[in-house]
Design a binder for this molecule. Structure first.
Ligand SMILES: [Zn+2]
Length: 749
């Protein structure tokens, strides 16, 4: 690992933040970001850092202060305010206590902050306060975990990092660890760093640069040490003609694993494999459905998950390596990961279509067995469950399928991405250890339980869901601001005015949105317009609703990106204006293909996917007022939309058994969404303006004045009607909400 330190960049931080925050905090911010930029050091909010510096109160009195990273904040994007200041003198006096539980510790930290609106400091704040270093850096470096998570980890650290690095056995983070770390350093005052078994490494220094560079130097040394051991082992294996050592004997059958994995690759229905050789589109939705939590609420029975797929060549190779299961189905690298990954991944093999059980049945049985084991683990440790902490859903978060890849799940995209990144690093470390011929050793079960069910860790989860570096973008779990968190929607005809409005409404409600339309400028403009406000949460998918392959391909693309789909909005439609006697048959057929066949194909594909997921689903068809009250010269549109409407009603009859609700919204006179003019009105407008002798503004006013409420109907109104159904506010299917300001002739009957 190389140092990323640049004196010029450091000076830039001092120039930018120094005047407002002081030089120490400016440099602290800089080197924390450098640590955060290295995924091999910290991932998604892991690790922490501090600086001790004087602080002046409003009375002009100087206070000895410490600035510690806020709990769960991501180092890569830290601002100076991300290191809240605390009264250092007071915190040091806490060392006199024999014990301090988590609740009291957080209370002490919060009541000795120097700013009223500061974030809560890291769980390891007292470590930083009790150690004397001016700048202190703490990471969960992969290379250090590779040294400590093995039998004889202590010796490995001493051997790799030298005698002036203290090695502490595992100590529960918090007050206990702070005491242990301080005492250890006092016993060996000359030490330059400290390694905590199964946890990470701490370095310090008089300057930001010294502490940061000590971290990089020691981590590099750990990397080199392990690499040399792997190389030596590889040479030994080659020299002995691949003869197996004692530790390999345990892994006998590895060759079989590899063979069965290769078979598995071929056995899983080949046509189902995504083009890039990824997980088959049939498998992922089944797993996603099995991982959804059961809520007990009959209107919203599932709390869905979003999945991310790890299927790069390294991962696939690791899953098929001899003894892979023994290597990978082991506890996490550090307890920090528990709330994202659970203590063990689920391993499923033998998903063969020619085997004794259908893959879907095998997957269901595997998840069920995992849940039972998890319930057993909860029962074994129930005495340690803190009051007020609810147990997690028993379903796995990481599913390893040799031959196919790893499916990583989370309640929203941000958390699924975190789980994916942690899993990638975990596999790399465990595989590297196996390449040394050494067995992985994680923490014992009771400590894993204690950390998984620690109230402080749960506080991190209840924070607003960070989505790709945008904390709070989608609101907290179950919060009214994000009722569709964890749900995936697909909208057809998304580039049009109504489609764009619906996409925006769904995104604001917390859903992930696959915006589909014909490829081209319309779709590009939509992605540009919404991609900035909802980064990572809108996916542009080219889709021609008249082409069955295109429909299937688009659904598969969404499955590969997020795991499945819960909400489908068939909205694509085209219009033409002509009296029946002049209606061109080919033009009529074009409308029929898009408005009727397109709806049919999308309805059918949605139903197939919903069946595979087994967690119900919602379909909201964008119908039209014309279905109930057709207009002259508009026969092609009115009749084809009526057919689509009728198909949706049939779908409500046929799909209800799978808990799929199909409803319709019937807007009238929606002219535009911002700058995006309605394609329908581009077609119809000129004829209507001509017939009524009105200009564009006059026509809009005319439509507004003809409804009972004198309302101007907007795309946001249509989106709200879609959301009413999507949120399952009532047990309703086969129904239509008019969004027209009140038109007696077109009230659904
Ligand atoms: Zn830590």
């Amino acid at each position: 690992m190389r140092s990323r330190w640049s004196d010029d960049e450091a000076a830039g931080f001092v120039a930018q933040f120094g005047p407002g925050w002081g030089e120490a905090l400016a440099l602290r911010t800089y080197s924390s970001r450098l640590l955060g930029a290295e995924p091999e050091l910290v991932l998604h909010g892991g690790g922490n850092s501090s600086v001790k510096a004087p602080w002046k109160s409003i009375l002009g009195e100087e206070v000895e202060a410490i600035f510690v990273k806020g709990s769960g904040l991501d180092m890569a994007s830290l601002e100076p305010r991300g290191h809240p200041g605390l009264d250092l003198g007071y915190l040091r006096r806490l060392r006199a206590l024999d014990a301090l539980d988590d609740g009291a510790m957080v209370d002490q930290l919060r009541t000795h902050l120097l700013g009223g609106d500061s974030p809560t400091p890291s769980i390891e704040a007292l470590v930083h306060a009790f150690l004397p270093g001016i700048f202190i850096d703490h990471t969960h470096a992969d290379a250090v975990l590779l040294l400590t998570n093995r039998e004889g980890g202590r010796t490995a650290v001493a051997d790799a990092l030298g005698p002036d690095v203290i090695v502490l056995p595992y100590v529960t983070p918090g007050f206990k660890l702070a005491l242990a770390a301080a005492e250890a350093l006092e016993a060996r005052p000359g030490a330059r760093a400290m390694v905590w078994a199964h946890h990470g490494i701490v370095t310090w220094g008089g300057t930001a640069k010294a502490s940061y560079e000590a971290m990089i130097e020691l981590v590099s040394r750990a990397e080199e040490w392990a690499a040399a051991r792997r190389a030596a082992r590889a040479r030994h294996v080659t020299a002995t003609g691949g003869a197996r050592t004692g530790s390999d004997a345990r892994k006998d059958g590895g060759a079989d694993d590899r063979a069965s994995g290769a078979r598995l690759c071929e056995d899983v229905v080949p046509e189902a494999r995504a083009a890039a050789g990824g997980l088959p589109a049939q498998i992922v939705p089944v797993v996603r459905g099995l991982l959804a939590g059961r809520t007990g609420d009959c209107d919203r029975p599932y709390s869905r998950v979003v999945t991310q797929i790890l299927d790069d060549p390294h991962t696939l190779e690791a899953l098929l390596a001899p003894g892979a299961r023994e290597t990978l189905v082991t506890p996490p690298l550090t307890t920090d990961h528990l709330i994202r990954t659970k203590s063990l991944p689920l391993w499923i093999e033998g998903l063969r279509y020619d085997g004794p059980a259908h893959p879907a049945e095998r997957m269901a049985a595997a998840v069920e067995a995992y849940c039972q084991e998890y319930e057993g683990y909860l029962a074994r440790h129930s005495a340690d469950l803190p009051a007020g902490v609810e147990t997690f859903d028993p379903r796995p978060r990481v599913v390893m399928i040799p031959g196919l890849g790893v499916i990583c799940a989370g309640p929203d995209l941000g958390e699924a991405v975190t789980t994916l990144d942690i899993t990638r690093h975990t596999i790399a470390v465990k595989t590297a250890l196996a390449a040394e011929g050494v067995e992985y050793q994680g923490l014992p079960e009771d400590e894993l339980f204690r950390m998984e069910y620690r109230a402080l860790q749960h506080a991190k989860l209840s924070k607003p869901a960070g989505v790709l570096g945008r904390p709070g973008a989608s609101g907290a779990a179950g919060s009214p601001a994000a009722p569709l968190r964890g749900e995936v929607a697909l909208v057809t005809g998304a580039a049009g005015a109504i489609g764009t409005g619906i996409c925006e409404g769904l995104l604001e409600a917390g859903a992930l949105v696959a915006a589909t339309d014909l490829p081209g400028q319309g779709l590009d403009t939509l992605l540009e317009a919404l991609g900035g406000a909802f980064p990572g949460r809108i996916l542009g998918v080219p889709l021609d609703v008249t082409d069955p392959d295109s429909v299937t391909g688009a659904f598969e693309q969404v499955v590969h990106a997020w795991g499945g789909i819960d909400l489908v909005i068939p909205n694509a439609g085209i219009a033409t204006v002509a009296p029946l006697i002049d209606l061109d048959l080919e033009r009529y057929r074009a409308l029929q293909r898009v408005n009727v066949e397109g709806t049919l194909l999308v309805l059918a594909e949605a139903a197939r996917l919903f069946k595979r997921q087994g967690t119900g689903g919602d379909i909201v068809l964008v119908s039209t007022k014309n279905v109930f009250s057709p207009g002259a010269n508009f026969g092609a549109y009115s009749s084809t939309k009526a057919a689509a409407h009728q198909l949706a009603r049939i779908a409500s009859l046929e799909f209800a058994g799978d808990d799929v609700r199909v409803n319709m919204v019937a807007p009238d006179a929606v002219f535009a969404h911002g700058a995006c003019r309605s394609g329908l009105w581009a077609e119809v407008g000129p004829d209507r303006m001509k017939a009524r002798g009105l200009d564009e503004a006059g026509l809009e006013a005319y439509y507004q004045s003809r409804n009972l409420l004198k309302a101007q109907v907007t795309t946001a109104h249509v989106a709200n009607a879609v959301l009413f159904f999507a949120r399952r506010q009532t047990p309703t299917t086969g129904a239509t909400i008019p969004v027209d300001g009140g038109l007696p002739d077109s009230t659904p009957r």
